[in-house]
Design a binder for this molecule. Structure first.
Ligand SMILES: Cc1cc2nc3c(=O)[nH]c(=O)nc-3n(C[C@H](O)[C@H](O)[C@H](O)COP(=O)(O)O)c2cc1C
Length: 302
């Protein structure tokens, strides 16, 4: 067995495999398929200060090699999470990370403050990159100043590991990564979904209620890999890479271009047990290649 333990900020992950926000519920929904204690960690659903109903249906559409969604951050709000969900997630060996969204820097900070008080949640992931909500989300993640303003405010309110999730809907993702590093982020994760569209030609309309949605799945992997590679050259922060990972080999590609850990999203919808296969597959691949520690492949492609 190779050594799989990695660190992201102050988090010690037993292996580099996490799940991506919005694709794994609160983890509990997957407990019949996945031993939650064997994950490096899981990032729970996007959480906001107030409950949100999300966008109208239809809000998902299949595409070639992927899917589009415009769920729009449907969630019961941070107080519900703290009172009713968090107690069910206590005592796990894997790290629980809360994905936080908001409509202003103050809104993000207020949500983060609630989560700071939860003893067994050691990190949040700031979603400054959601393409499916009008009031905020991606607007912050597409400019250096917007991204910096959210991180600056949250950093004052949140004392633990702060991961910032970057948008791929930008021309220069490395500059956004540098901006959040300068404001005290502990890590970055990338990529969120790419803005896309799908048209029903018989009904002559978009297949999604709000017209556009976020593209995810295997079709985005080459873009995600390119962006992880660019960010790895631009910042010293640990990187969590994601976008289209379906197999252990896909995950290893992300590690080789500089990610310290990976997240798995859309693949959970196709095979709810995929994360276990990726953990075992990375371990087997390292053994087969005589590599004793996963760190020996992280960033080997400069
Ligand atoms: C249905 C759905 C809901 C999502 N919800 C969120 C969310 O609430 N917060 C967030 O940061 N990302 C969200 N994402 C984006 C994913 O976490 C991930 O960044 C993206 O799907 C790319 O990874 P993948 O190709 O492995 O799915 C969502 C993705 C999907 C498909």
């Amino acid at each position: 067995m190779a050594k799989l333990q990695v660190n992201i900020g102050a988090l010690s992950l037993q292996n580099p495999v996490l799940t991506a926000s919005g694709t794994f519920g609160y983890g509990l929904e997957f407990a019949d398929f996945v031993d939650l204690n064997r994950l490096g960690g899981f990032v729970v659903k996007g959480t906001t200060l107030r409950p949100r109903e999300g966008n109208d249906y239809p809000r998902m559409a299949e595409t070639t090699g992927g899917m589009l969604n415009c769920v729009g951050l449907q969630n019961p709000g941070v107080e519900h999470f703290c009172q009713h969900i968090y107690p069910q997630l206590k005592g796990l060996k894997s790290e629980v990370i809360v994905n936080v969204s908001g409509s202003s820097p103050a809104d993000y900070a207020a949500c983060a403050r609630h989560i700071d008080a939860l003893e067994e949640v050691h990190a949040i992931e700031l979603n400054i990159s959601c393409p499916n909500v009008k009031d905020g989300g991606m607007a912050f993640g597409v400019t250096c100043e917007g991204a910096a303003s959210v991180v600056r405010e949250v950093r004052k309110a949140y004392s633990k590991t702060l991961i910032v999730k970057l948008s791929p809907n930008v021309t220069d993702i490395a500059s956004i990564a540098r901006a959040v590093e300068a404001e005290g982020a502990d890590a970055v994760s990338l990529i969120n979904t790419l803005m896309g569209m799908s048209v029903d030609i018989e009904r002559r309309c978009s297949r999604l209620s709000i017209g556009t949605g976020g593209l995810s799945g295997p079709c985005v992997k080459p873009v995600a890999l390119r962006m992880v590679s660019q960010v790895a050259k631009a910042v010293k922060l640990p990187i969590i890479g994601l976008g289209g990972i379906m197999t252990a080999e896909d995950a290893i590609e992300f590690l080789m271009v500089g990610a310290t850990a990976v997240q798995i999203g859309t693949a959970n919808f196709i095979d709810p047990a995929v994360t276990m296969k990726v953990v075992d597959g990375i371990d087997r691949w390292l053994d087969d290649h005589g590599i004793a520690d996963v760190h020996d492949i992280i960033g080997v492609i400069g």
